[in-house]
Design a protein around this ligand. Structure first.
Ligand code: PMP
Length: 287
């Protein structure tokens, strides 16, 4: 367990870290968050994560709680205090503390800022045996491009997956297309060798790992197509995998209990994971 958390201007004992009961994040899910992966003490794609945080804040008309350079400083100070080498930094901004009312507070309130860190296993280039996913209806709202703390449909989908022995849920829209995972973006490799992931719109989160992997895939001269794919197409695909700041590139070897391809980790997912781990270890920035 990390020793410190950052709460509204103070580094506090993680066990004692508290927010007010009238915090609008707690009461109304009126807030946004970011998760930045850390490998070998280096933040992965920090700039892109902070860009996305700025966008999420802007969409909800919440102001930055501190300046962006100050946030960069707080992130590093918390990592230093918690001796974080591998894992993640979590940051959350809510509209602040105000007497409960759905509408925005009429008097100006200071947005609330909380940061925590989590130690994890050092991500290896070897993907391991792959994971299973379970399909679930996508019952979320129509602004999934905003990274809000309102995650109940994702929580229920992930729980349903776990109860079925799967690691991740793949959410399926009313057209039968896979939108994304409960906390990951979804990809397939078709039998024709095309790398397919859904284009970003308001139905999915524009994953930062997804963004960087697109650049890495292009460097490898893979044929990348951004288009919707159906659950049926995914089940007939050669390979499938998921991406996120914490899972990197993780092969999917089973969908709803059926093996994907030959049921083993595919060569494309393996290669892309290697490239992504190399990128993360180098701590370089692709923009
Ligand atoms: N989709 C959803 C719904 C997510 O919660 C996440 C994780 N933040 C992702 C995709 C992957 O995004 P990223 O690569 O930025 O972690």
């Amino acid at each position: 367990m990390a020793r410190y958390a950052y709460v509204n201007g103070r580094y506090v004992d993680h066990r004692e870290a508290r927010v007010h009961v009238e915090d609008r994040g707690y009461q109304l899910s009126d807030g946004v968050y970011e998760v930045v992966g850390v490998r070998d003490g280096k933040l992965i794609d920090e700039a892109l994560h902070l860009d996305r945080l700025g966008r999420s804040l802007g969409e909800l008309r919440i102001t930055w709680p501190v300046s962006r350079p100050t946030l960069g400083f707080i992130i590093r100070e918390l990592m230093r205090r918690n001796r974080l080498r591998d894992g993640l930094v979590y940051m959350q901004v809510t509209r602040g503390v105000a007497r409960r009312d759905h509408a925005f507070p009429t008097r100006p309130v200071k947005p609330a800022l909380v940061l925590t860190t989590k130690n994890g296993k050092r991500a290896e280039a070897d993907p391991g045996p792959g994971v299973a996913v379970k399909s679930q209806p996508d019952i979320r709202w129509q602004r999934c491009d905003i990274k809000t703390v309102a995650l109940l449909p994702n929580v229920l989908a992930k729980q349903a997956a776990r109860e079925n022995g799967a690691f991740e849920a793949w959410m399926v829209d009313k057209h039968g297309n896979v939108t994304e995972g409960a906390s990951t973006n979804a990809w397939i490799v078709t039998k024709a060798g095309e790398l397919v992931t859904r284009a970003t719109d308001q139905a999915i989160l524009a994953g930062i790992t997804r963004h960087t992997l697109k650049a890495l895939a292009t460097d490898l001269q893979l044929k990348l197509v951004e288009r919707p794919f159906s659950l049926t197409e995914a089940k007939a695909a050669k390979e499938a995998f998921i991406t996120s700041a914490t899972s990197f590139v993780t092969p999917v070897t089973k969908i709803d209990g059926q093996p994907v391809g030959d049921g083993k980790v595919g060569s494309t997912a393996r290669r892309l994971r290697e490239e992504y781990v190399r990128f993360a270890a180098a701590g370089e920035a692709i923009t």
